[in-house]
Design a binder for this molecule. Sequence first.
Ligand code: SER
Length: 611
Amino acid sequence: QLLDRRSMSRRIRKAYLDFFAGKGHSVIAGASLVPDNDPTVLFTTAGMHPLVPYLMGEAHPAGKRLCDAQLCVRTQDIDEVGDNTHLTCFEMMGNWSLGDYFKKGAIEMSFEFLTKVLGIPLEKFAVTCFEGDSDAPRDNESADIWHSLGVPRERIGFLPKAKNWWGPAGKTGPCGPDTEMFYWVGPSELPPAGSNPATDDPNWMEIWNDVFMQYNKKEDGTFEPLAQQNVDTGMGLERVAAVLQKVSNVYETDSLKKILAKVLELRKSTDALKDIEVKAARIMTDHLKAATFMIADGVKPSNVDQGYVLRRLIRRAIRSARQLGLNAEQGLCSFVSSEVIATYASAYPKLRQKEDEIRATLDTEEQQFSKALHEGQKQFDKLTEPLQKGQIIDGQSVFHLYDTYGFPVELTKEMATERELKIDEAGFAAAFEAHQKLSRAGAEKRFAGGLADTSDETTKLHTATHLLNQALRTVLGDHVFQKGSNITAERLRFDFSHPDKMTPEQIKKAEELVNEAIKADAPVSYSVMTVDEAKAQGAIGVFGDKYGEKVKVYTMGTFSKEICGGPHVARTGMLGSFKIQKEESSSSGVRRIKAIVSGGPAKIEVAGEKN
Ligand code: SER
C-alpha cells in the first residue's frame, strides 16, 4: 500500500508519525520556517532547531518522546539545486528523546521503521559510526547494536568528527556523535563485498541521521556532558521517497514531480528538454516551493534577512523560466505555487489559509522583477553601444548586470551573441567568486553566535516582549497580534499587526504600562495545558493546529497570559526598566518596535512551573 506512488510522500510521512506515536512519542507541530527568538539563523534548518531549549534540559510540555515533520530551508547549497539530490527546501522527519531512550532504543526504532515498515532490503543498507577522537570515544556501542540487529560488519563504517558528529548548529550548544544510515545507489544492483559509506562515499545516499546529543560545546571550544542524554534524529523525506520509488533524483518523486509537471505545462515547445532546461525547470520547482512555504510563514520579499532570500529565490525562478522560453508573464510563479499548495496543504493547512497572500506576494514580486529585467536590458544596451563586433564585455560589467539587475550570466551571453559580442567569462567568474567569499563570510559570522541563545539578557528581553505584547493590545486594541519576534542580547524586536504609525502618546503609554508591570514585580510561571484549555483561559499567542496538543502558558501576575516555550525570568522586577527605542513600519499593516531593558539585577532566576 505504501508503494502506491501517487501519494507516497504523504504515506511515508504518516507512517513515520504513526510508528513513533505507537512507540510513545507525542506528535508535535512542526515550527515556523522563521525561527522565533533566534537571531543567529535565518531559517529553521533542522527539526532540532526549535527544540534547543529542551535539549539543554528544559521540560517539554508534550513529554520526553517527541516526533514531527519539519519543513526546512537550507540556502548554503543554492548553487547546487538542479542536480539530483540538492534542494533548498525539504522535509525532515524527526524523533527525539529528551533524556529518555538512548543509543539502543534509537537505533532499534530506526532499523525497525526502515526494514519492517518501509521494507528497505538489508542488502542495500549500510551505516556509519563515529570513529572517536580526544573529545569523545569511538562509538563501538552503536556499531554493536547495528550488528546485533543483522547489519554485517563490512557494512558498518567508522568516520571522524567531520562526518559523524552533528552540531552544534551554531558556535555553542548541544551536539554529539551520530550514526548515519545509507542506501545503495551505485551502478550495480547490489553493493560489492566490503563496500560501505566510509570506503565508497558517492554510491551510498544518506537517508537518516541519529544524533546522540550528550555534549554541550562551550564558547572555548571544549565539550561538557549535558545534564541529560538526548537523541535527535532527522530523516530526509524526499530522499527516502526517491529510494522507495526507485528513481535516481528527487524531482521524480511523487510530490516534486507534480510541481515540475506544472512548470512544464507552461512550456509551449514539445521538443525534448536540453540539460540547461532540465536544470531550469528543477530550479523553478524547488525555489517556488520554498517561496510558497516562506510566504505562508510570514516572510515578505525585501532586501534584508529572510526577505532577501525569498526575493532571490523568486527572481531565480523567474530567470529560470526565461531559460525555459517562458516570459516572466503575470502570474507565472503563482501558477506553479498553486500546485505546491495543492500538493502539501493536507500536511500543512497553513498553505490553504494563506493562499491569497501567497498569490498576491508572488504576483507583485514578479511584476517588479519584470521591471528590473527591463532596466537591465537598458543598461546592457548602454554598455554595448560603443562596442564593435567581436569585442568583449568585461567581467565586472557582466557581474554588475548579474548582481544589480539579476541577469544570469547565460542571459548576458545570449544577448551578447545576438550582437556578435563576447563576454569575459573568466573575469565574471573572478568577480562572482570574490562576492561569494564575502557573502559566505557574512553568513558564517551570522551563524557563529550560537543557537537559540538562552542567556540572561535574551531571557529578560523575551519576558519584556510578552509585557509589550499585552501593553500594545491594551493601548491599541485587540487587533494587535504578534507577527514576528527577534531577540538579540542587546534588544528586542517585535512585529505586530496594526495599520497606522503609533502616535508619540501611544508609544509613551505602552512603555509606561510595561514599566508598571515591571515595578509590580509580579511572579512569572507556566502551566502545561491543551490548546483548547489555553484558548478558554484567554491566553494569547500562536496556537498549534494539532488537536489535543499540549502547550506551555506563561502567566505574568495578572498582566499577561501567553502561549510560549520560554524561558522567562521568575519575576517581572528582574527586567529593571523598559524603553522603546524605535517604532517603524515593518511591512504593510505590520508595525515594528525595537526596545531595550536595563538596570535589572546581574543574576536572574528562571520562571518555573506553577505548583
Ligand atoms: N540534526 C540532525 C541533522 O540535521 C538530525 O536531525 O541531520
